[in-house]
Write a protein that binds this ligand. Sequence first.
Ligand SMILES: Nc1ncnc2c1ncn2[C@@H]1O[C@H](COP(=O)(O)OP(=O)(O)OP(=O)(O)O)[C@@H](O)[C@H]1O
Ligand SMILES: [Mg+2]
Length: 291
Amino acid sequence: MSVTIAIANPKGGVGKTLTTMMLADGLALSYGARVLVLDMDPQAGATKALLGIDAEQELRERRIGLGAMLQAFARGRDIRLASHRVAASDLVELQDREKGFIDIVPSNHELLGDMADFERSAHRKRRRDRLDVQLAKALRAELNKFDDEYDAVLVDCPAGPGPLALAGIRLAHHILAPTSLETNAYSTLTDFLKFILADDLDLAAQVKVHPLITQYQATNSLQREMLQHIKEGLAHLNAISRPVPYTAALQNAAAHPGMGNLRTARQKYGNALADVVALTKAVVERVSANS
Ligand SMILES: Nc1ncnc2c1ncn2[C@@H]1O[C@H](COP(=O)(O)OP(=O)(O)OP(=O)(O)O)[C@@H](O)[C@H]1O
Ligand SMILES: [Mg+2]
């Protein structure tokens, strides 16, 4: 059975996509895990990072990905997830599928329009459920068919409170909420946690939330203080205590996607590979302790 982890936080630019990439790489490389990444963000950062910019455009033209799945759902057609996932070729280490691999259901910027079509069709059919509930149900039904093929499904959620982000959260057994160390980010995070755990969402019983500190500079005394504050304040919420240090190598890995070239993880993360491995270990320990 696969575990589904949503990487979510309504605040933009806190490291959701970078965390998704690091975890996918770390799980496949260190644990030989079979990973499926579900890119639910129209910005398609995870798609570009794992497949390269050229692939994103090609897949959009071929109507492969989450948007095409939504269009099919909207038309009442049964579309198999199998035809909307692609193998990530970015990591040389992962060419042998016996030893762990990453597949991805890609996204592209047209996802916004596809979502609007999905909404119109739900409206026409007078469906009662909220949009995010309908979407999560449809996606869960598809994911269930492939439960044996993956160890982990990682859902990269978009920023903001929209139905795509909410559907991503609804799919999850665990939510990783990356956050930076600023007052603003801290209050967004606490509001988000209260929202997830509120009764009307009906999620509290099924999902575990784990705040994760990203963009942490150990040399910054203000950030050190804030980290301590967050750790104390969120102790009851399973905050992942190992912060991801802010490093140029990580910045680089996220900012310069593959362009279709094969790169090893070592080249991709430079001296930050150890952080990727350590972060993955921390997440695996937390998730297995709580499942
Ligand atoms: N630990 C880190 N070290 C270095 N750079 C980081 C780190 N975490 C995030 N970044 C950088 O911060 C920027 C935003 O990260 P990312 O795109 O992962 O955030 P996001 O939450 O997915 O954003 P969005 O809300 O737009 O989807 C990127 O340029 C990324 O490289
Ligand atoms: Mg992102």
